[in-house]
Structure formats: C-alpha cells, structure tokens
Design a protein around this ligand. Structure first.
Ligand SMILES: Nc1nc2c(c(=O)[nH]1)N[C@H]1C(S)=C(S)[C@@H](COP(=O)(O)O)O[C@H]1N2
Ligand SMILES: [Mo]
Length: 320
C-alpha cells in the first residue's frame, strides 16, 4: 500500500502542473495520479446498493420550458465518465469507485444566516417538493459537454425552505467528507470538502436547480446522489455533488477550484467562448458521447435567463 506520505503534496502538485503544462488543448483539470491506479487494485467491490427509498417517485413530469439544441447524451456515458475528485481524477475510475458511497441515511445541514439552523433528512427534503424533469446542457471547463435530463426541484424552493435572513448574500453548497469511501479525500493538498457558492440572486434564478435524479430515476452516485446543484450557465465545476450542507453567508467564500488554482478558476465561472482558460481555448466544446465539436455559446446558451444578473459587474473577473 502506498503510504500517503509517499505523495508529498507539493511534489505531486508540481508534477501535476508540469503534466498539465504539456497538454496543448487536451484539457483536463488534472491527470490520473499513481494513487488512483493503485486504488483500482486495492478497492473492494462496492456493497450492493440498497433500494433507493425515493425510487418510486420517478420518472417525474418533464418541464418543457427548457429545450435542447442537441440530442440527449446516452445515460451510460453520463454515468460512466464523471468528474468526482473525491474518488479519482480518472473519469471511469471515479464513476466506479463512487458506487461505494452509502447514501442512506443522509442529512443536509442548513446553517449560517437563517432564521433557525436545522438538519433535514434527505428523503423528507425530496418529498417536500413536486419533482420535475429538465433537459439542460452541461459544459465542463475542460471543454467537453453533455446534455442531461435531470430530475429535481428549483433551487429557489430550497432557499425558501431554509428561511435566510436579510443579511444573507451568498449560498455555499458543501459535499460530504468521508475518506473511508473517497480515497481522493486522503490527498491532503486539496481543500476538502468540495464546495462552491453563488449569490442569492443566482440561486433565485429560475434555471438554478437541485438534482435528485436523472434519466427518470434517482441520481446515480457517480453524478452526485442524493443531491446536487445545477446552474447550467456556469462551468460544471460550480456544481457540487452529494451535498451535505447548505450555508447562508454574508461574505463571498472561495470554491474548491478557486482555492486550488485561483488564477485559473474564479467565483463567477460563467461559460464564455471568448475568455480562454489560461491553458486552452473555450471557443468550442467536444460532445462527450460522439466527439463532435460545437461552438460554445455565451452563458452556455442561457443568456436570456441570466445575462441581467451580471450587468454592472464588468469590472470583475466574470467568466473564469
Ligand atoms: N463533489 C464534487 N462535485 C463536483 C466535482 C467533483 O470533483 N466533486 N466535479 C465538478 C465538475 S468539474 C463537473 S464538470 C461536474 C461533472 O458532473 P458529472 O461528472 O456528473 O458529469 O461535477 C462537478 N461537481
Ligand atoms: Mo468540470
């Protein structure tokens, strides 16, 4: 077994940077680390997942307001190739190892600037809201894209339920911390747990969504079951998976990737073909299923819903 001390943080981080610097346009957030490959051999088979207590709620009626300009990505591609650094930086490995997660019982803590802090059981939370299906485009900062039929509820309903105080300006969503499931969380140079945040206005936008399912069933663990944030006009790294905590804050927190590499990943992270990532162009995107290249659209094509949120903010690093 590779002791964690064998991977000195700085050294590994520098290696990773060096590898990335060598990748012209072949953009990934990081490169599979030796530890990931070791973990494949070490890992025990996942325990058989128990029946999901919300399975009977799906499929849910589709909300036709949000139409795609491309075919839905096949389910096996979306479930089998994921970014979930808690498990691995290699997409199929992460998808496989994520099946280890024990997602019941599961609670979500609501804290910070709210009338009363509370912890709510996920099944009670999911059953509070009428679930709907929405088909959304998803654009990863690594320049690949998918189109997914998510099930869930508007983020605004969760915010309403939480009863924030008027002083609340930002909402932060935090992923679980449990290194016994998630070997990536032993990589101490990452600022675990994964988290990211949005303004109250972004959360209130009609597009902002909490996914509890996809493809007509409960969300696969690999895609962030039992609860994941979706803001489809932003790069995918602004969508924490497997959420355990929702915090209402008066100061803007830094997200996971902003903390790892703030010169490359910022707070707003709105999809924009004209603002290149420091290491690659964002002008086009690769369909994760077919390899087809498409031009990337400003706000991932959702400008008519969200452009107004950023008026007057031109002085900020808006898009990365
Ligand atoms: N907890 C957690 N959430 C995460 C990530 C992660 O590594 N950990 N990756 C993000 C990134 S970069 C993207 S593109 C999307 C990917 O979602 P998918 O793997 O379900 O397609 O999840 C986001 N949410
Ligand atoms: Mo991403």
């Amino acid at each position: 077994m590779l002791p964690d001390s064998a991977a000195a943080p700085e050294r590994t981080f520098l290696n990773r940077r060096a590898l990335l610097a060598g990748l012209a346009g072949g953009a990934t957030l990081a490169t599979p680390a030796a530890a990931d490959w070791l973990d494949i051999f070490r890992s025990k088979p996942a325990p058989p997942p128990g029946p999901d207590p919300t399975a009977g709620l799906y499929p849910v009626p589709r909300n036709d307001a949000y139409q795609l300009d491309r075919p839905l990505t096949p389910e096996d591609v979306v479930v089998g190739n994921v970014n979930f650094y808690e498990f691995s930086s290699d997409k199929p490995t992460a998808a496989r190892l994520a099946q280890r997660m024990d997602i019941r019982p599961w609670t979500v803590k609501i804290d910070g600037l709210v009338e009363a802090e509370t912890t709510v059981d996920i099944d009670a939370l999911i059953r509070r809201f009428a679930l709907e299906e929405r088909t959304y485009r998803h654009r990863c900062v690594e320049a690949w894209s998918i189109a997914v039929p998510w099930s869930g509820f508007a983020m605004s309903k969760l915010i309403e339920f939480a009863k924030p105080l008027p002083a609340a300006r930002y909402v932060r969503f935090e992923t679980f911390g449990n290194a016994s499931w998630a070997p990536g969380q032993k990589q101490s140079w990452y600022p675990w747990p994964y988290a990211d945040a949005f303004t109250m206005a972004e959360c209130a936008n009609e597009l902002a969504f909490m996914a509890t399912g996809a493809y007509g069933k409960p969300l696969n663990r690999a895609n962030g079951s039992p609860l994941r944030a979706i803001l489809p006009w932003k790069y995918g790294f602004k969508q924490p998976k497997a959420i355990v905590r929702v915090s209402f804050l008066d100061a803007r927190p830094k997200g996971f990737w902003e903390r790892v590499q703030g010169f490359e990943y910022g707070f707003w992270a709105n999809v924009n073909p004209e603002v290149p990532h420091p290491r690659w162009s964002q002008a086009r995107e690769r369909d994760l299923a077919t390899g087809e290249m498409r031009p990337t659209q400003i706000f991932n094509g959702y400008g008519r819903y969200v452009a107004h949120l950023y008026e007057g903010k031109e002085g900020e690093r808006l898009f990365m």
